[in-house]
Design a protein around this ligand. Structure first.
Ligand code: HEC
Ligand code: HEC
Length: 146
């Protein structure tokens, strides 16, 4: 499971900086989708996968001094393992919906991901997948390395 978001995402009206005495607040929230957007100092830039003002819960933590482990919150946004690898390149909405409808989680909650199982290898098997060995969508067939 790859954690994509945890903690509280700031929103309009929250402090714009942590500098003591700086009372300026975040003026607007802009979504960074291309990376070429222009932001001024009081804009909040967020990724398209999170929502301003939402608290995605605590991340996994381990305190070596006390030996206390804090489990990651069920509300974290995560990617399931195979979908995380494939969606790094296959990031269209069609591709992501395909993954979600086959047991994958793409920026869903940890609860959602733990509640289903990725079925990808039934169809996208490796070279020894008898069912789809030489025809798409076997991984070997569509990502040839020879
Ligand atoms: C490093 C980038 C990368 C990753 C990671 C990746 N792919 Fe691909 N994949 C490609 C490229 C590039 C193509 C060829 C796209 C084209 O020809 O339009 C492709 C093609 C495909 C195709 C054929 C799609 C079609 O429309 O013909 C399938 C199926 C596929 N990949 C499945 C997967 C699966 C499953 C995973 C995860 C296990 C994965 N890919 C991970 C880059 C990637
Ligand atoms: C029931 C069979 C089946 C299952 C299960 C399945 N896929 Fe696919 N997948 C396909 C087929 C068929 C294609 C289209 C192949 C082509 O166009 O050549 C495809 C295409 C893809 C592509 C390329 C899509 C694109 O538009 O670039 C990716 C990535 C992918 N699958 C990932 C996954 C992942 C991740 C899972 C598991 C969460 C999964 N698939 C589960 C059959 C399946």
């Amino acid at each position: 499971m790859t954690t994509a978001a945890n903690g509280a995402i700031k929103k309009v009206g929250d402090p714009a900086s942590t500098t003591a005495g700086d009372t300026r607040t975040i003026a607007s929230v802009k979504v960074a989708t291309t990376g070429t957007e222009v932001f001024d100092a009081l804009n909040l830039a967020i990724s398209p996968f999170v929502t301003a003002g939402v608290d995605y819960g605590a991340a996994f933590a381990f305190n070596a001094n006390t030996g206390v482990t804090t489990a990651a919150a069920a509300t974290n946004l995560v990617l399931s393992p195979i979908s995380a690898a494939c969606s790094g390149c296959h990031d269209t909405n069609v591709a992501k919906e395909h993954m979600k409808s086959n047991g994958g989680t793409v920026f869903g909650t940890r609860t959602e991901a733990l509640g289903k199982t990725e079925q990808c290898l039934v169809c996208h098997g490796p070279a020894n997948n008898a069912l789809f060995n030489e025809t798409p969508p076997a991984i070997k067939t569509v990502h040839r390395w020879w």
